[in-house]
Design a protein around this ligand. Structure first.
Ligand SMILES: [Fe+2]
Length: 317
């Protein structure tokens, strides 16, 4: 049998022009991206650090670590969760703020995630508010409540020494200075009552509010809130340079992730550490670390791509 060039064997006269070559490259690229999005990024934690003055002209050596949207379920890798706790504890924070969605669906994993979070350590305590998944399964198009699920979650966290804030405000003293920490229930829970939480607000003292849903910021217009810590969006989990956060509505794309300013109020939307569907792309899970020193200036109403502490390594799961 005479020797024939390989291209002839596969029916093409020029391998460089073979459209199947481009297709094969495209499929290979997509498979590599999908593998990365499913196997690597969902547990590739980044620590995002933000330094700014909580109030204009007032530098305050106060350190807050925020963890959000754990969505613990039966497939959440324990090694990853312990890595998150260890990373938060390594910051030696004054307070740790937990901003909801501890479980993903239903109550089976409430005690386990509370036990894990019970290992968090901060000088002036660990504070928490509940998210929509702690009240119900999910859905902005119709909440499906689970009776007393929120009570179970709150009790489990409290049992581990975590202070759960239900529409209330506490004053924390740190190095002779007072800070107000308030927390409201989730916006979708029908129990979100910021007017109750802020009834005792002292506008002269620094104030940090915990609220799972970022849109809660619009319920406190006119109130002094130096920083609201939120989550809920997961940053969209999948972010394309071309289309943005494709899983978020146009409205929520405006609050997808990062730091925003509204007059004298600031909002930080945390991308969260967990996931329901195990997939993240260009939206690595995060722990946010705030130190209230430095200038207060930020661009108005614009997300900042927060600097990541890179490189670190994905946690094997
Ligand atoms: Fe969430």
């Amino acid at each position: 049998m005479p020797n024939r060039p390989p291209s002839r064997l596969f029916g093409s006269s020029s391998p460089d022009r073979d459209p199947r070559k481009g297709l094969a490259r495209w499929v290979g690229d997509r498979l590599a991206q999908l593998s990365y999005a499913v196997l690597v990024e969902p547990t590739w934690l980044e620590v995002n650090r933000l330094r700014f003055a909580l109030r204009e002209g007032t530098e305050t050596p106060f350190k807050v670590v925020q963890i959000s949207d754990i969505h613990y379920h039966g497939r959440t890798p324990l090694a990853y969760m312990l890595h998150c706790v260890k990373s938060a504890n390594a910051e030696n924070a004054d307070i740790i703020a937990l901003t909801g969605d501890y479980i993903h669906a239903g109550g089976r994993h409430v005690d386990k995630v509370a036990e894990i979070l019970g290992n968090l350590r901060a000088k002036s305590g660990v504070f928490a508010v509940l998210g929509n998944h702690d009240h119900a399964i999910r859905a902005s198009w119709g909440l499906k409540f689970r009776r007393n699920l929120n009570v179970r979650v709150a009790q489990a966290l409290t049992k581990q020494g975590i202070r759960v804030l239900h529409n209330e405000l506490v004053v924390v003293e740190h190095e002779g200075r007072k800070f107000q920490i308030s927390g409201v229930d989730d916006l979708w829970s029908r129990k979100c009552l910021p007017e109750v939480a802020l009834a005792q607000l002292d506008p002269a003292l620094p104030h940090i509010m915990l609220a799972h849903h970022p849109l809660t910021i619009h319920l406190i217009e006119g109130k002094r809130c130096d920083l609201m810590l939120s989550g809920h969006t997961h940053g969209g989990q999948i972010h394309s340079d071309r289309f943005g956060s494709i899983t978020l509505s146009n409205k929520m794309k405006q609050y997808a992730a990062g730091l925003y300013t509204f007059g004298n109020q600031r909002l930080y939307v945390n991308k969260g550490v967990g996931y329901g569907w195990r997939i993240r792309y260009n939206r690595r899970p995060e722990i946010a670390v705030f130190e209230f020193v430095g200038p207060p200036a930020f661009p108005a109403n614009s997300a900042q791509d927060t600097p990541a502490e890179l490189p670190d390594t994905p946690v094997p799961t």
